[in-house]
Design a protein around this ligand. Structure first.
Ligand code: FMN
Length: 103
């Protein structure tokens, strides 16, 4: 059965400084990514989505999450995939995004 995993992080970044935002998102993002990799290793597919963001307050209400203190950081659909014929995604050439010593 497919499921949604909804990682949450304490603290809201709505009006936070860039430093605070970096600290908060940097606390949750690696954990979610680790989870996604672990799922993949077990034959489960996941995908990072944020399109549901505008409904966060409503969803927090349904889930009884204290919206003022906790952010629903992302929504991760989780399910066994149809087949395992995965290929690397199309990417911008590395030279266009990698900078050495200076921008
Ligand atoms: C910050 C972020 C938010 C995303 N939000 C969505 C989303 O709301 N809906 C969606 O279909 N994909 C979203 N994506 C893209 C998917 O995570 C995924 O990269 C895309 O579906 C391509 O999948 P693939 O890499 O397996 O081909 C988002 C990606 C990032 C990095």
């Amino acid at each position: 059965m497919p499921a949604f995993v909804i990682p949450a992080v304490e603290g809201r970044t709505d009006r936070a400084s860039t430093t605070e935002q970096a600290g908060t998102w940097g606390s949750i993002l690696p954990a979610v990514w680790s989870f996604m990799l672990a799922a993949r290793e077990r034959g489960l597919g996941t995908v990072w989505t944020t399109a549901q963001g505008p409904l966060e307050r409503e969803l927090a209400g349904v889930l009884r999450v204290p919206y003022d203190k906790v952010m629903l950081a992302t929504f991760i659909p989780l399910a066994f995939t149809i087949g395992t014929d995965f290929r690397p995604a199309k990417r911008v050439p590395r030279e266009q995004v990698l900078h050495w010593d200076r921008w």
